[in-house]
Structure formats: structure tokens, C-alpha cells
Design a protein around this ligand. Structure first.
Ligand SMILES: Cc1cc2nc3c(=O)[nH]c(=O)nc-3n(C[C@H](O)[C@H](O)[C@H](O)COP(=O)(O)OP(=O)(O)OC[C@H]3O[C@@H](n4cnc5c(N)ncnc54)[C@H](O)[C@@H]3O)c2cc1C
Length: 429
């Protein structure tokens, strides 16, 4: 039986659906020979390709994308990004690591930001601030420990009471929170489309071109449905799907999570979402619910599933429950788009990054923060691939994904831990 090597989603991505139609680049037909091949056109893959092209302007580089750009997870996410590492389960013990990691995050963020500004990528990037909010006593304790880390690392923030959160989001659901001022929001599908448009001339992107099989042959051969790429060096930037080529199987798991965008609300309904037209709220528990106001729409992100999508009806019902729990007076507002997306989960939260085989590299496991982290690790991986840097300090600071048990223990463990964590999350979900 052949392995499915790329994600195939049930539903279209809502962010991409909101954008004007775009002509995808043609798929690869026939054979080609290049210096570098990158598999996956998300934030990681595009950063690898762009940086390789900067470092090696004479090299030939291809990027293979299984879907069309904007329909992968890079377009499916909630669009939160930042320069600072401020983990949800923060503690003073990890404050120093977070501070060191933030230096790299900030560099990658600035690299992304300079491309957005210089090339005029219209992705709505703005500094809205990011709210971390708690609905429960346990959640409040978690937010208080995040505040301690923010104070220690001099990350500017505001402590929020229930009243202050209510004023911001229009719901009195949360009892306590904090707002990190350097939190940014953007339209993720617009960003990833824009990053494709600015790829240098020596990079060729093929869309609707999944890599099906990798063979080592004096460099690498990558089989695609209608062609073959021969490349000196390859990079796998397919996040949770790196495993489908046999690598990192005991380092990461593929997790689906879900998002919904409401229909455009009437001005009276939208007025119930607080005073500002744009805000973003992250939960205090990892199984909690992310919320974001996007003008007159609301985005709700929650739920996790291992390896496979859950039935669409279940995703819709669960996301609606979370929405209505917070805004009961908006129960007549419908979801216009509901979609799932993949992330790669690692046991200790660290990514896996580096050389996986002779002339083969991979980067994945950004968990829920791939916009900046994927960009950062992709850029650094290109520097390693081009022989420009060894990035040992970055490796040491980021750590490496730890071992995860194989199946059936992995699946059993996921369900047991999810059940426990769901109970702990309580009303944060
Ligand atoms: C609903 C949701 C909300 C999220 N919210 C946020 C957020 O607010 N902020 C944030 O920073 N992160 C968020 N994330 C996580 C973020 O989307 C990921 O961390 C990020 O997309 C990882 O980037 P990547 O380039 O490594 O992988 P991906 O974005 O997954 O890109 C990999 C690409 O490879 C392609 N591919 C896979 N297999 C193959 C193959 N065999 N051949 C060719 N192409 C292949 C895929 O189609 C995909 O386009 C969220 C994720 C989801 C699903």
C-alpha cells in the first residue's frame, strides 16, 4: 500500500477563500536537474528557498508544493506572530532560554518584516497586541506565571482585569489576563502568497506537485505525479509530513487543529466584539480556544486530532459551542468557513532541525508558532545547506525534539493525555 505523503484537507481554507482568485504556478511535468530542491511551500520552505537564493544567486532551486499556495497550514493558521518567545506554560526556570531564543525570533521577524515592507506584501500585518486570558482559577495561575517571565525578560505588557478584557473583546467570559504589546496579527494566506511572489528569479515553484518518493542517487531523486527532480541537496519542509518519508518518526506527531470564521456580522452584532476592530486572544491552556476579531468577523480556533481529521459536523458543533459560550447573544451568527490544518507536535515543544541524511535536511515541529519560528529555522537551515554557517548556538538554544513512543502507545497516550488535559482545561476550551 502506498503511503500518503502530503495533507489532503476536507475543506478549503477560509483565509484563502476571502482573497481574490490567484493563478497557481503550473505543476512539474517531465524531469529537471537542480542544485537544491525544497519540499513544501509553507513559511519554512519559502524561507529556505529565499535564503538559499540570497546566498547562492547562481544556484538553481526548486520548491515543490503539494497543494496550491495558501491552502497549506501556512494559510490555515490564526495569523498571530511575535518577536518574543513567551511560552504558555512559562516558569522562571525557562525565562532565560526564552530570552535567548527571542534574539533569534526577533532577527527572523525583522527579516520577514523587511520583505513585507520592501516588496509591499499586503497581508494586513499590524501590531494589535496579544491578549493571554484565563477563564478559570487554574488558568489565572498560568497567566500569572507568564507575567513573571514577561517581567523578568522586560517584555512590555499590561495586566488585565475582567473589566479590561470585557472592554477589549466585548465578552465578560475571562477573569484575568495580560496583553503583550509586541503581538502582531496578519492575514496568513495573504502573507504566504506574498512570500511566493517575491521569490528570487533562480527559484522555481511548482504547485499541485507533491513529492511522492525520495531516492538517494548521487544527490537525490524526487518522484512527483508527472515528473522527477534530480537535486544535489534537498530540504524537507513539510512539517508533520516529514515522517511520511520515513524520517523523524519517533520525534513528531501530526496534529490537526480547527478554525472557523463567522459570516460578516451586522454593525450591531459586531459592536458586541468590543471597541477595537482587531484583537487577538490566546488561551491560558494548550487545549484552550484562540479567538481573533477580524473586522466584522470572529475567528475561533480550537480542537486537536491525531493524524486524521475529525468529522466536519463534529468540528463545527464544537467550535460553535465555544463561540456561543462566550457570546450567547450572538448565537444567531453563522460560521461561513470551518477548516482543519496540520501542525507537527513534539513531546518537549522543541523543533527538529538539521541534517537527516546525506545531502538531505529537514525542519519541522514548530508546534503552534510556525510563522516566525518556521521562518527562523528555514532561514538558518538554508545557511547550513549552503555551508555558510553551522548554527550550533541556535541548535543548543532551541533544543531538539525528544523521543515519542511509536504506535499503538502513541495513539493511546494521545487519547489519555487529551482526556486529562481537556478536563484540566475546563472552561478555557
Ligand atoms: C488552525 C491553525 C492555527 C494556527 N495558528 C497559528 C498562529 O496563529 N501563529 C503561528 O505562528 N502558527 C500557527 N499555527 C501553526 C502554523 O500554521 C505552522 O506552525 C506553520 O504553518 C508551519 O510552517 P511550515 O512551513 O513548517 O509547515 P506548513 O505550513 O505545514 O507547510 C508545509 C507545506 O508542505 C506541503 N507539503 C506537505 N507534504 C508535501 C509533499 N509530500 N510534497 C510537497 N508538498 C508537501 C503542504 O501542503 C504545506 O503547504 C496554526 C496552525 C493551524 C493548523
Amino acid at each position: 500500500m502506498s503511503r500518503v505523503t502530503y495533507p489532503q484537507y476536507t475543506n478549503r481554507c477560509g483565509w484563502n477563500a476571502l482573497l481574490p482568485p490567484r493563478d497557481p504556478k503550473p505543476p512539474l511535468t517531465g524531469n529537471c536537474k537542480v542544485d537544491f530542491a525544497v519540499v513544501g511551500a509553507g513559511y519554512t520552505g519559502l524561507a529556505i528557498a529565499r535564503r538559499l537564493a540570497e546566498l547562492r544567486p547562481d544556484a538553481s532551486i526548486v520548491v515543490l508544493e503539494a497543494d496550491v499556495v495558501g491552502e497549506g497550514s501556512a494559510g490555515r493558521n490564526s495569523g498571530f506572530t511575535t518577536k518574543f518567545v513567551l511560552p504558555r506554560n512559562a516558569s522562571l526556570k525557562i525565562a532565560e532560554t526564552a530570552r535567548l531564543q527571542s534574539k533569534y525570533f526577533a532577527e527572523a521577524f525583522d527579516w520577514m518584516m523587511s520583505a513585507i515592507e520592501a516588496k509591499g506584501i499586503d497581508c494586513g500585518l499590524h501590531r494589535a497586541g496579544t491578549i493571554r486570558a484565563a477563564a478559570t482559577e487554574r488558568g489565572e495561575a498560568a497567566v500569572r506565571s507568564v507575567i513573571e517571565v514577561a517581567e523578568k525578560n522586560k517584555i512590555s505588557h499590561t495586566v488585565l482585569t475582567r473589566e479590561m478584557i470585557t472592554e477589549r473583546i466585548g465578552s465578560c467570559y475571562y477573569r484575568f489576563g495580560m496583553e503583550m504589546e509586541d503581538g502582531y496579527l496578519l492575514q496568513p494566506a495573504a502573507l504566504v502568497r506574498g512570500l511566493v511572489d517575491i521569490l528570487p528569479e533562480n527559484v522555481t515553484l511548482y504547485e499541485k506537485t507533491p513529492a511522492l518518493k525520495l531516492t538517494r542517487a548521487n544527490g537525490w531523486e524526487i518522484q512527483t505525479p508527472e515528473g522527477m527532480v534530480r537535486a544535489g541537496r534537498i530540504a524537507l519542509a513539510t512539517n508533520g509530513y516529514i515522517r511520511r518519508f520515513g524520517y523523524l518518526k519517533s520525534r513528531m506527531a501530526t496534529i490537526f487543529t480547527y478554525a472557523a470564521l463567522t459570516e460578516a456580522m451586522s454593525p450591531a452584532d459586531a459592536a458586541q466584539l468590543g471597541a477595537k476592530e482587531s484583537w487577538g486572544l490566546l488561551p491560558s491552556h494548550r487545549l484552550g480556544t484562540t479567538l481573533r476579531r477580524v473586522g466584522n468577523r470572529l475567528l475561533v480556533r480550537s480542537l486537536y486530532a491525531l493524524e486524521h481529521e475529525i468529522p466536519q459536523s463534529e468540528a463545527v458543533a464544537e467550535l460553535r459551542k465555544r463561540f456561543i459560550r462566550r457570546w450567547p447573544s450572538l448565537s444567531h451568527v453563522q460560521f461561513e468557513y470551518v477548516w482543519g490544518g496540520t501542525t507537527a507536535f513534539t513531546m518537549n515543544g522543541a523543533p527538529w532541525w538539521g541534517r537527516i541524511d546525506e545531502n538531505a535536511y529537514a525542519s519541522g515541529g514548530c508546534n503552534g508558532s510556525g510563522i516566525t519560528k518556521g521562518t527562523m529555522l528555514g532561514k538558518a537551515l538554508a545557511e547550513v545547506m549552503a555551508g555558510a554557517h553551522d548554527h550550533q548556538e541556535l541548535c543548543a538554544i532551541m533544543g531538539s525534539a525528544s523521543w515519542i513512543a511509536p504506535d499503538p502507545f502513541r495513539t493511546i497516550g494521545f487519547h489519555v493525555i487529551s482526556a486529562i488535559e481537556r478536563r484540566r482545561a475546563g472552561l478555557e476550551s
